[in-house]
Write a protein that binds this ligand. Structure first.
Ligand code: NAD
Ligand code: KPL
Length: 305
């Protein structure tokens, strides 16, 4: 019997992973916030995934954080700002050698989790899959993509990658996972804040070519300074390529702001500005965009961290 996957967070990615693992017959348990959410979950049939307009529902077992069931493998599918506190609620259940698979975007939350649970094996993930919720306990699989997984302190891939294979979750073991996370962070820093400030789709940034180029130059220098030269390579041309390829899309940060949801700013632009300060690197344009974004969020009553 393979190890149970505990999924922490019944949001978009958590539901997408839980349904695919359950479909493959892999043991899965879903951890929801509290007894009220568990009652709501149990009143339905399970978790539903909608793919190409076709709905499928899986009766994944639900539980609250204070269930007595021990946890050996935990997929952390919360937002970056919730990850540490959500895992802390499970402290009494985590096996000493538990594996934590961290799906959070940006940087900062993964190191905070790893520092708090030094005996756990922390696997970092970077995903280009796209999903959104269209109701409670439902997810729409909107964008097929790939998930890179890696362990910055241990290059050996875990055996459970077979579970992902069986579940049809496209993935690759990446020994350079930090490079991938830094590269994604840089892409997100060059694109997402400007789409919020200019209130435009990604393609709208073609009209702000110079500003994008200036941000990319600062980001590339920052990546070099942070010991990530591979992540800095041809950054500007890739940012331009992504802007063209996703021209019709709204960035994830734009969507968060449009839906009055908290953004992950502290783990993206905030993290980049702090890293620059640590390295005493001047990044005036990144700082200016960060300040403008903070003001924009506060003016809308949204958290600025
Ligand atoms: P989401 O907001 O849809 O889901 C997060 C879930 O975690 C919510 O249901 C929330 O209630 C739950 N949660 C928070 N604290 C909890 C706690 N203490 N106990 C139990 N549940 C708790 O978020 P998402 O879109 O799935 O994103 C998760 C992470 O994945 C983010 O860092 C995001 O940037 C990243 N990501 C998302 C996508 C996507 O398409 N949605 C793609 C790539 C990366
Ligand atoms: O990842 C993205 C996002 O919207 O968060 C892209 C499409 C790369 C834009 O930064």
């Amino acid at each position: 019997m393979s190890t149970t996957w505990h999924i922490l967070g019944a949001g978009s990615l958590g539901t997408l992973w839980a349904t695919r693992l359950a479909r493959a017959g892999v043991p899965v348990r879903l951890i929801v916030r509290n007894p009220a959410r568990l009652a709501s979950y149990r009143a339905g049939q399970g978790l539903t995934v909608v793919e190409h307009g076709v709905e499928q529902t899986y009766p994944v077992i639900g539980e609250t954080p204070d269930s007595p069931v021990p946890i050996r493998r935990l997929l952390v599918a919360c937002k970056a700002y919730d990850a540490q506190s959500a895992i802390a609620q499970l402290q009494h259940r985590l096996a000493p050698d538990a594996e934590l698979i961290l799906l959070q975007n940006g940087l900062g939350s993964q190191d905070a989790v790893a520092a708090q649970w030094p005996s756990a094996r922390c696997i970092f993930a970077s995903s280009t899959e796209g999903a959104f919720r269209d109701g409670d306990w439902r997810v729409v699989f909107a964008g097929h993509g790939y998930t890179w997984l890696g362990d910055a302190s241990h290059p050996t891939p875990p055996l459970w990658l077979d579970d992902l294979q069986a579940a049809g979750i496209p993935h690759e073991w990446a020994t350079d996972i930090l490079t991938r996370l830094w590269r994604k962070l840089a892409l997100n820093c060059a694109i997402n804040p400007l789409t919020v400030l200019y209130h435009c789709r990604n393609g709208g940034l073609s009209a702000h070519h110079c500003e994008v180029a200036t941000l990319c130059a600062e980001l590339a220098e920052l990546l070099e300074r942070c010991g990530q030269p591979a992540a800095a390579q041809d950054l500007h041309s890739e940012v331009e390529r992504v802007i063209q390829a996703t021209a019709a899309n709204y960035s994830s940060m734009y969507q968060d702001v449009a839906n009055a949801r908290r953004t992950e700013i502290s783990y993206l632009l905030g993290y980049a500005c702090q890293a620059a300060a640590r390295h005493q690197l001047a990044v005036p344009h990144l700082q200016q965009v960060h300040a403008q974004l903070v003001a924009h969020l506060l003016a809308r009553g949204l958290a600025s961290n």
